[in-house]
Design a binder for this molecule. Structure first.
Ligand SMILES: Nc1nc2c(ncn2[C@@H]2O[C@H](COP(=O)(O)OP(=O)(O)OP(=O)(O)O)[C@@H](O)[C@H]2O)c(=O)[nH]1
Ligand SMILES: [Mg+2]
Length: 257
């Protein structure tokens, strides 16, 4: 049983991708089973029926009323409270006996990644048999400065979890093909990235962006971006192949705990 956590800024497409990739895998192979887990206590509507739903354990509206919290404070409390139900949630997930478990994380990235609870939940559920997929917003990533700031955020998440980490260019159908190729090239060729920064920025912004890009490059934080689109069903095969390579050396595998 291998866990993939979908993490990214609010609205970056985590929920849609969790469902789209699960669907794609199940259509591609009858032998592989996938369970979807909703870990967002505040979500009102989901485009899929999760196999395990944190809302069965943590009641966001009740927390808001009981503790007199506003919507954000209640979300923070609700996400932290997931930890107290970790064993039950893990047992429910184990009972699915799925090969892959796709975990849709809460909308606001800081709730899962920048509080104590997130890494504890990831460790408690999947341990080392886990990976992170970090979603880049396509519009923000289209400019070199937005690309670098998203990379910084992704790197901060990587340092919170220390798990195999994939950077995805989400909603790639919103960009032209040449633009997708250009952004992917920035992630693979540091010279091209530096060139784009020099071309699009000036003064202090250029200096700081170039310095930041150099640091990220030296730290090994610029990995090849995987373009995906849940809407147009693009790149899901590549993403699945990467997950397979990480978890099972490129082979499909027998079900195991
Ligand atoms: N064009 C396009 N739109 C998409 C894609 N994936 C998701 N969307 C849209 O983007 C919006 C946000 O998608 P969600 O999947 O809810 O994003 P999320 O990251 O789970 O959002 P929160 O949990 O609220 O932070 C919705 O309107 C989706 O229909 C995609 O591949 N292409
Ligand atoms: Mg969501």
């Amino acid at each position: 049983m291998y866990f993939t956590f979908f993490i990214g800024p609010a609205g970056s497409g985590k929920t849609t991708l969790t469902h789209a990739l699960a669907d794609w895998i199940q259509n591609a192979s009858k032998e592989i089973s996938v369970a979807c887990v909703n870990l967002d206590p505040g979500v009102r509507w989901l485009p899929y029926d999760p196999d395990v739903d944190v809302r069965d354990y943590v009641d966001y509206d009740k927390i808001m009323a009981d503790y007199n919290l506003g919507p954000n404070g209640a979300l923070v409390a609700a996400t932290d409270m997931i930890v107290t139900h970790l064993n039950e949630i893990r047992d429910e997930i184990r009972d699915t006996r799925a090969d892959y478990v796709f975990v849709d994380t809460p909308g606001q990235i800081e709730l899962f990644s920048f509080r104590v609870a997130g890494p504890r939940i990831a460790k408690g559920l999947g341990g080392k048999k886990s990976a992170i997929c970090f979603l880049f917003d396509p519009v923000l990533a289209s400019e070199p400065t937005g690309f670098i700031s998203t990379l910084l955020l992704s790197s901060a998440v990587e340092y919170r979890f220390f798990l195999p980490h994939f950077n995805l260019l989400a909603k790639s159908d919103m960009l032209t093909e040449p633009k997708v190729d250009e952004i992917v090239e920035w992630s693979e060729d540091f010279y091209k990235l530096s060139e784009a920064i020099e071309e699009k920025t000036e003064g202090m912004e250029r200096e700081k962006t170039l310095n930041m890009a150099r640091v990220l490059n030296e730290m090994g934080n610029i990995s090849s971006l995987i373009p995906v689109s849940s809407k147009a069903v693009l790149g899901l095969d590549n993403l699945y192949a990467e997950l397979q390579r990480t978890f099972a050396g490129g082979e499909d595998f027998e079900t195991e705990d």
